[in-house]
Design a protein around this ligand. Structure first.
Ligand SMILES: O=C(O)[C@H](O)[C@@H](O)[C@@H](O)[C@H](O)CO
Ligand SMILES: [Mg+2]
Length: 406
């Protein structure tokens, strides 16, 4: 049992005349665990016996993020974990270079663990520290169809049996900058089949997954429009963000993006240019809770919805839900249960309080426990980290042998 928490101890010394400032809590150790299927958990320990957990990872580059977290820990050990804002600014600004997938994912996982510590020290869920609940439950969605979107109908039928009615799938397989009518027809017929089978009883987003170049995005959006997908995600790669407003002008389908943008300073250009109806920052890639609540607030000012990206593990999902429950514009939460990447471990395999992640009629309830609200099975994490292979995303090539976007 952790020693009496920092704040309780401090309160006990409030004499009415003087508040004896006790030595602040200190970070004592950071430990990383790479585990199947492709996740990495971070444990931050303190001298008060309170431990926080985070999930810093870039899928396929876990060891690179591990190195970044270890470099940041040189500063963090000995610091007060409750000074989250200052530590975030030091991690972001203190190394001169900033931003990008690796550094922002390292900061994200550390930030998640710091919020976990703070909530545990005060005995409240993180959402209470961010102003309390803005909703009573949070709508979620599930992946169907895998990398090469096949048998989506079976996948949808199976998940509907447990009350899920909102889905996401890949829109295409490899697609050339300019591709054929047959490739377009394959993408459209799959979506037509969903609407034919389920009508409006279900909703679905289509992830172009960065596989579609601007010329083909315009063609596909036009052909998909009659089937009214809930959104089209990453209609083009984030580095082609200048196309978002132009593509948005060509379609009524809401466009979504954000998993490959890593800070407010990237999202602000998207907000200013317009075109994106739903932003999808990833709580484990975009600087963590501290940064994503700011992105959510910016989005709300532009009447843009929030749907945090989360194909990862339970700590990342818990961090997403803490932001969802304080953000008025949060509309949908991705989660990785049954996702085609989860080979070797499933979403809740490392979680003790599985019941808190129950999906009821396609919704999550607020996580009730202090901190992020996830109680990890540390023994299982440590054991799994002993025998882990490095996950890599597939390398796709076009028929002519050139590299294709996966
Ligand atoms: O929307 C999603 O979940 C993502 O596009 C997801 O498929 C990728 O981020 C994948 O995790 C990269 O390795
Ligand atoms: Mg995506």
């Amino acid at each position: 049992m952790p020693k009496e928490s920092y704040f309780k101890r401090s309160k006990a010394h409030y004499t009415g005349r003087v508040f004896i400032i006790l030595a602040a809590m200190k970070i004592t150790k950071l430990t990383l665990y790479r585990v199947p299927p492709r996740w990495m958990f971070l444990k931050i320990e303190t001298d008060e016996g309170i431990t926080g957990w985070g999930e810093p990872v870039i899928e396929g580059r876990a060891r690179t993020v591990e190195a970044a977290v270890n470099e940041l820990s040189e500063y963090l050990v000995g610091q007060d974990p409750l000074r989250i804002n200052d530590l975030w600014q030091v991690m972001y600004r203190g190394g001169f270079y900033r931003g990008g997938a690796i550094l922002m994912s390292a900061i994200a996982g550390i930030d998640q663990a710091l919020w976990d510590i703070k909530g545990k020290a005060l005995g409240v869920p993180v959402y209470q520290l961010l102003g309390g609940l803005v909703r009573d439950r949070m709508k979620m969605y599930s992946w169907v169809g895998g990398d090469r979107p096949a048998d989506v109908i079976d996948g949808i039928n199976t998940l509907r049996e447990i009350g899920i009615n909102t889905f996401k799938m890949n829109g295409t397989e490899e697609l050339g900058i300019i591709d054929t009518a047959a490739a377009v027809d394959a993408a459209v017929s799959r979506v037509a089949q969903i609407r034919d089978t389920f009508g409006n009883a279900i909703e679905f987003g289509i992830d172009f997954h960065g596989r579609v170049a601007a010329p083909m995005a315009k063609v596909l959006l036009r052909e998909l429009e009659p089937y009214r997908p809930l959104f089209v995600e990453e209609p083009v790669l984030a580095e082609q963000a200048e196309y978002y407003p132009r593509l948005a002008d060509s379609t009524a389908i809401p466009l979504a993006a954000g998993e490959r943008m890593y800070s407010r300073f990237e999202f602000k250009h998207v907000f200013q240019r317009g075109g994106i109806a739903i932003v999808q920052p990833d709580l484990s890639h975009a600087g963590g809770i501290t940064e994503c609540v700011k992105i959510a607030a910016m989005a709300e000012a532009y009447d843009v919805a929030l749907a945090p990206h989360c194909p990862l593990g339970p700590v990342a999902l818990a961090a997403c839900l803490q932001v969802d429950f304080v953000s008025h514009n949060a509309v949908l939460q991705e989660q990785s249960m049954g996702i085609h990447y989860n080979r070797g471990a499933e979403l809740l395999d490392y979680v003790v309080n599985k019941e808190d992640f129950q999906i009821i009629d396609g919704y999550f309830a607020p996580l009730p426990k202090p901190g992020l609200g996830v109680v990890v099975d540390e023994e299982r994490i440590v054991a799994a980290s002993m025998n882990v292979t490095d996950w890599r995303n597939p390398l796709w090539r076009h028929p002519d042998g050139s590299v294709a976007e996966w």
